[in-house]
Design a protein around this ligand. Structure first.
Ligand code: NPW
Ligand code: K
Length: 496
């Protein structure tokens, strides 16, 4: 599913109206009717519903919703935040139709007046502002949003919760907290930012018949259907070599476990052959947990002559001079797909130019803190516009970037972006990243387009955590990274 900025949304709108010739009033009718139909599924027709409208086309959607619900037997009333003369364009067209019906209509005057109107209201529909919002909310929107946020009634937002910008990079303080947001055709970027996602509540995209330009360049979500369509097939006559030869370099005497989790996750996700490169002391400590792997000490590895399909480096490696020199050697000498995680990302901060010298694809898997450090900015700043920062970085350093978080953003060097929305807070624990690195390594080894492999790997990781919790196997408190191995198997099973 595509995710859009305000500019992209207006482009699709004008393409539909100007090139395809569909009148804007029809689009507004489609939008309003689609929302009304979905409200019917969630709000009983015995409820009194207040529809709040503003000066723009978001308000116009509200007039269609009011008419549609009224004709379907609901008790609806409209509260307009602007005077009649400020309503114009397509919204005015639908306002004039609504006026002919017996729908009670109020023009907002004061908080006191609104308090009276709100008595016995069970649900509100927010059509005050949509993607046309600029900056902080002005009066009376700010006061109305503040008043509504204090009420624990069911709140439906249309397209975007009032006050919340469509685009990343904009800092605002006030916005309506909705229970559900019906996004017109596509969800907007801010639905995928940690800062704003909670304002949306649940988000549901509604098709209103927009016609996008031939080749949309928008960000996309990656979900179960995408995985189903692209998951590497296991051919009947395949052998272990068919599924690649992978190398995991990491682990230290102090941090033995991470490399073990990466290797196990890789094997659980379909990798054919895995070698673990770690310290001599670490090998007996972890060998019994991953007997399927072969082992090498880091001192005896020869990256120039050893041929691996894919290599992952950094998990639990430590930040010693010896570790850094090993990482540099790997980046310079590995002639295959390379994934850099954890301590390898730490090392990279002072050595980013090395990435530009690599002739083979490189994957970086930072969480927000690691990414902010690589960029030399604060995490807060990064999280204000993670899509923009990711795209610029991936293009500049010619890397595939997996920015891990509640919304994991995957970007390729061409600037294509996908976002993964599954997973849960049970993953916020040490070791989750090591497991993800293993799943990604495995998918990298099994061929296919690299960004597809990364999207599939991230989705399987999130789905494993969701599966274990939804099936009552663990809770969001006690889930461990090692438990994910069990979840990976269950998720694969759902595709068989
Ligand atoms: N795209 C599509 O295909 C379709 C889109 N549709 C719908 O249209 C919506 C977009 O409509 P839009 O462009 O009219 O913008 P919208 O958000 O309603 O209002 C803009 C007005 O807000 C005001 N305003 C701005 N900032 C403010 C602030 N901080 N504080 C207070 N006020 C502020 C400003 O008024 P001003 O201050 O200039 O008087 C401006 O005029 C979209 O979200 C979707 O719901 C559907 O109908 C069907 C097809
Ligand atoms: K709205």
């Amino acid at each position: 599913m595509h995710i859009v900025t305000a500019k992209e949304m207006y482009e699709v709108d004008s393409h539909t109206v100007q090139s395809a010739g569909i009148d804007g009033k029809i689009l507004m009718e489609n939008a309003g009717r689609a929302v009304a139909t979905n409200i019917e599924k969630r709000v009983a027709n015995t409820c009194r519903i207040l529809i709040f409208t503003g000066s723009g086309n978001n308000g116009g959607d509200g007039f269609v919703i009011a008419r549609t619900l009224h004709l379907r037997g609901y008790h609806v009333e409209v509260v307009s935040l602007v005077d009649e003369e400020k309503i114009n364009g397509d919204a005015k067209f639908h306002y004039d139709i609504l006026k002919k019906l017996s729908v009670p209509f109020h023009f907002y005057k004061s908080e006191n007046q609104l308090r009276g109107i709100l008595v016995h209201t069970e649900a509100i529909v927010d059509c005050m502002l949509g993607i046309g919002v600029k900056g902080h909310l002005k009066s009376p929107y700010k006061e109305v949003v503040g008043q509504l946020n204090k009420l624990s009634i069911y709140k439906v937002a249309v397209d975007i919760p009032t006050g919340i910008p469509a685009d990343e990079g904009v800092e605002v303080k006030d916005g309506l907290y909705a229970n559900v947001t019906f996004s017109i055709q596509y969800p907007k970027i801010t639905a995928f930012l940690e800062r704003y996602a909670s304002y949306y509540g649940e988000w549901v995209p509604l098709d209103i018949g927009l016609i996008p330009p031939i080749k949309p360049s928008f960000v996309q979500t990656w979900g179960r259907n995408n995985v189903q369509a692209t998951l590497p097939k296991r051919k009947r006559f395949a052998h272990k070599g068919t599924f690649g030869k992978g190398l995991v370099i990491g682990g230290s005497d102090e941090m033995p476990g991470s490399v073990m989790m990466t290797a196990r996750a890789a094997l659980r996700s379909g990798a054919g052959l895995i070698t673990i490169g770690t310290t001599r002391q670490n090998i007996p400590a972890i060998a019994s947990y991953v007997p399927e792997a072969t082992y090498k000490t880091v001192d005896e590895m020869d990256f120039l002559s050893d041929q691996y399909t894919s290599v992952a480096v950094g998990m639990g490696l430590g930040r010693t001079e010896k570790a850094f020199s090993l990482i540099e050697q790997v980046i310079r000498q590995v002639k295959s797909l390379l994934l850099l995680d954890a301590d390898a990302l730490y090392y990279l901060k002072q050595n980013l130019s090395l990435l530009k010298e690599r002739e083979y694809p490189t994957v970086l898997t930072p969480h927000a803190g690691e990414m902010a450090r690589l960029l030399g900015i604060t995490t807060e700043r990064l999280l204000l516009k993670p899509f923009t920062y990711s795209k610029a970085f991936a293009k500049e350093y010619n890397v595939h970037l997996v920015l891990k978080g509640p919304f994991t953003i995957i970007t390729n060097p061409q600037g294509e972006q996908f976002v993964i929305t599954n997973g849960n807070v049970g993953l916020a624990k040490g070791g989750s990243g090591d497991v993800l690195a293993g799943i990604l390594l495995s998918f990298m080894m099994q061929g296919a387009c690299l960004i597809t492999s990364l999207c599939n790997g991230c989705w399987i990781h999130g789905a494993s955590a969701d599966h274990l919790i939804e099936n009552g196997r663990y809770s969001k408190y006690d889930l461990l990274a090692t438990d994910l191995m069990e979840g990976i198997g269950s998720v694969f099973h759902t595709f068989s």
